[in-house]
Design a protein around this ligand. Sequence first.
Ligand SMILES: Cc1ncc(C[n+]2csc(CCOP(=O)(O)OP(=O)(O)O)c2C)c(N)n1
Ligand SMILES: [Mg+2]
Length: 788
Amino acid sequence: MTNSPEEGRIELIHRYWTAANYLAAGQIFLQENPLLRSPLGPQHIKPRLLGHWGTSPGLNLVYVHLNRLIRDTDADMMYVIGPGHGAPAILANCWLEGTYSEYFADVPRNREGMCRLFRQFSTPGGVPSHVSPHCPGSIHEGGELGYSLAHAFGAAFDNPDLIVACVVGDGEAETGPLAGSWKSVDFLDPVRDGAVLPILHLNGYKISGPTVLGRTPEDEVRELFGAHGYHVLWVEGDDPIPVHRRMYDAVDEAYRRIQDIQASARAKGEARERPVWPMIVLGTPKGWTGPKIVEGKQVEGTFRSHQVPLPKAREDDGERAQLDAWLRSYDPDALFDEEGRPDPAFDALIPEGEKRMGANPHANGGSRLVDLDLPPYTDYALEVPSPGRVRAEATRRLGEFLRDVFRRDDGSGDFRLFCPDETNSNRLGAVFEATDRCSVLPTRPTDEDIGPRGRVMEVLSEHLCEGWLEGYVLTGRHGIFPCYEAFATIVDSMMNQHAKWLKTTLEVPWRKRISSLNYLLTSHAWRQDHNGYSHQGPGFIDAVINKKSSVTRIYFPPDANCLLSVMDHCLRSRNYINLVVAGKQPELQWLDMDSAREHCARGASEWKWAGNAAEREPDLVFGCAGDVPTTEAVAATWLVRHHLPDLTVRLVNVVDLMALSPPAYHPHGIDAGTFEGLFTREAPVIFAYHGYPRIVHDLVHGRPNPSRFHVRGYIEEGTTTTPFDMVVLNRLSRFHLVLSALDYLPDLGAEGQALRDYCEERLTEHDLYIHDHLEDLPEIQEWTWREP
Ligand SMILES: Cc1ncc(C[n+]2csc(CCOP(=O)(O)OP(=O)(O)O)c2C)c(N)n1
Ligand SMILES: [Mg+2]
């Protein structure tokens, strides 16, 4: 049963909404005269009219009704806005509730502050047009549509008392990631987690056309969401007061249903049956209360209200008069006092302190962040008595470390692993000794390691893994995303948006640093033994490289001990996107733990045991980054030393890819002296690289004589073939590296020619052998390092 609100309360809600609508419109149009105390002139209107009106009235409506609910129930609520282009609405509400002026003292809650609020919106030196990090209470800018619901669920995980209200645009609902996000509810444990209240904003339109759900019959929309596991509360209309009444009841009922689900599950310690969570469908006109007709065309209630409904208001007298009439229709004198302060009656709808959605601490996640309790990674050290003699699966070792991160959880529950169904395949399965895969759906006896309390979030959607993890870290927790390397590019764009968010937060002083977004790219291009060409693609590295250097780090640990050292570092770091690329297959191990730690701290170093140039300037340098390329480069070093003992050769391994770049481009770039100490000024450098080769050329631009760098990497050759054939097909094999070296060294006469012939013969032999025996030559499979 809901209590029918008193009419006075509905009236107050309506007036508050009206004030927010006025403030939203004011931000889009006005630079002066914020309260319309004089007739509107062209000089009061901004020269460039930018922003989005259409979605704003709906976002305002939701905001005031959530405020009312918080006032009545003391609920802890966050507001995630899918149509983030509706920032004028959110900024208006933050200003009304006072949080805006607390964060930005130069925008006080009076006439002067209102003028600043208007003038700064979408103007140089001002604030962006979307719900960016500058906006109090935001964890989601909503610029690129599709991720709101995933972020909302990520925020709700492990926050049992939090309700995340999430507006989903009906246009946004057409995106793949959003359409795939509804199932998140099957991973939400009502005992342990908070709740998400999705609000589908069915305003019928996107930028210039109708939306699919906007033209779908109501019963089908209800069935669709019913099947996803939601109880739909339908609020529709274009007459404000009846809509307010319905919305008032709907948020009450949604809250009551959330409380019931949680109370009953928490009393029993588990959800005995699949909970049916509430959601609201809000069907109100796009651009509601705005201009009805402009130049003979209907604007209110259509796509034409999406951006600026009166684009010529400054120069065109008719449009300006229409703007004047529109803004005055809200009657600002009745909403704000002489000094421009909001009517004190509104205080009855503003939640207290941190209960205001603009001040919710979860939305400034760094303010709640607690360091992860990590076991000493050195306890997981792999015994490496001498370099290049034992083989091990690096990720399996890491899995044991991660298992114990879960085990050390003292109940605070702030670490999760997000993975598209590949935890075992990526050889991280040890984590299942400590926790389950998470699911609240029924299980079968044949299932393994699955339950509602699991901390491994396995869902076959890279978008969801990414979106949940982002929401989780943005609200002050920690996580890791192991992913098949080739399929990380699915979330390329999401990573891009997160990088922009992180970069921007550095410009917002009150935003506290959050934990880093940690990717482990494994099952990588070189060892896709089962899957072949479709699974071979190192492109995600290139995507990360191009992001702002202040927020990106890229690591290629060559073996298990280096992987442990790197991952420990990443899990302690703040505000970065950390990309760690490491294979899962048995590979040669190079460094004991002490050497690994030192090597990783340097970012790049000479492996003196491999070369013979310790005290001399080398004639030739082999560089390498990535586990498989490292093996080839070490083997190439051996070949050169064995066949050309008079030549001096050095091997340099790079763990921290950005070490290669000049420090001006990336803070991890090693200084010129160290760079030359490794790679010399003159010697040819044959570089074996894990990904697309051009990247290394790009990174060493600005280093001495960059044209002496000759890079071998993945050149889009591949199929289901042997591991060594992969490096042969891509011309990265030890033999190709040696051949390349011979091309760039001075003529070595008969000795050089003999080595060239030897390498070519080995390549021919390889080709014949694998076609005959369907596996690599024993001397390749069993190759280990020994003194040349
Ligand atoms: C992924 C993506 N594609 C395209 C756009 C461009 N765009 C901005 S707003 C918008 C329409 C959004 O419609 P809807 O979600 O219904 O929001 P409304 O403004 O109607 O509330 C589009 C297509 C975008 N921001 N993101
Ligand atoms: Mg819409």
